[in-house]
Design a binder for this molecule. Sequence first.
Ligand code: C2E
Ligand code: MG
Ligand code: MG
Ligand code: MG
Length: 291
Amino acid sequence: QKAKRLHHGFSHYEEGEDCQHHRQLTLSNGLAKAVANNDFFMVYQPKFNCQKGAIDQLEALLRWQHPQLGIIYPNEFIHLAERCGMMKPLSLWVIERVIAQVATWQAKGIDIKVAINLSASDLENPQLISVIRATLEHYQVNPNKLVIEVTESAMMASLSKSIRVLNLLRELGVSLAIDDFGTGQSSLAYLRHLPVDEVKVDRAFISDFDQDDIAKQIVKTTIKLTHQLGLSVTVEGIETQKVADYLQGHQVDYLQGLYIAKPLLPDEVESQHVLSLSTPTHCDIKYPFAS
Ligand code: C2E
Ligand code: MG
Ligand code: MG
Ligand code: MG
């Protein structure tokens, strides 16, 4: 890239970099206003419970509806929010929004467990526990309807602090998941020190599953060890039936990915009746939710 730059002088690369920089500035500068204006919304991606043969959980994913730039995805703005101190209000918004949605669904007779993603900086927020507790109480949602996902790298960033916060969340009665597992610096051996209920294997291991025998072995070993520790395993990024079938054959607990269902708006969750399929089936599972 450097060579390219030297060669071309004012090259596309530099222009591209400038554009990128400009976009990041625009987004950073817009964050505070966006939070104040409620320019965010949540989508909910189903998780397929393999044992039940049904969808019985959702993961809440954040979207920014930017007035000029359209929908912005979290990979582009979460790190900016962290950097300019906007993560705290944003996460508080997410917590309230999602718990309110669970209550709305409950009132409609839809009984579903929903996962929220939290960032590294959220674990440092001393109000986190009390806000979650108060919000659950306010909306009369049982803590066992909530899962908190924290990435492996966020947990490992300050391990002892994370463990303390995770234990407090657990005392509250919410479930905990370690997200993007396998991409951080920790090893399988760390799992037994982390107070989590679920391991979510990163989709990086799935991306070329067919060609990559090592990735397959890693996933199989992770499932085995996680089960030995009494934890449940989700594999993310399932895009084909082949991979879904393979993992079910290796006793994975949950599958998540475009093959099962894409992230959905609350209306879509309700109208597509993704949650009504509660007949326990085994082996011969159909996936009617692919989009
Ligand atoms: P994640 O928690 O690991 O979420 C999974 C991401 O993979 C989501 O991207 C989802 O849309 C995408 N995905 C799902 N199935 C497939 C698939 O089959 N193939 C592919 N290629 N991708 C799939 P999204 O929504 O863009 O979120 C990206 C990351 O941003 C999330 O990763 C999570 O770490 C973070 N994030 C999302 N929402 C929030 C939030 O409310 N708060 C915080 N702190 N972080 C969030
Ligand atoms: Mg997640
Ligand atoms: Mg993940
Ligand atoms: Mg991720």
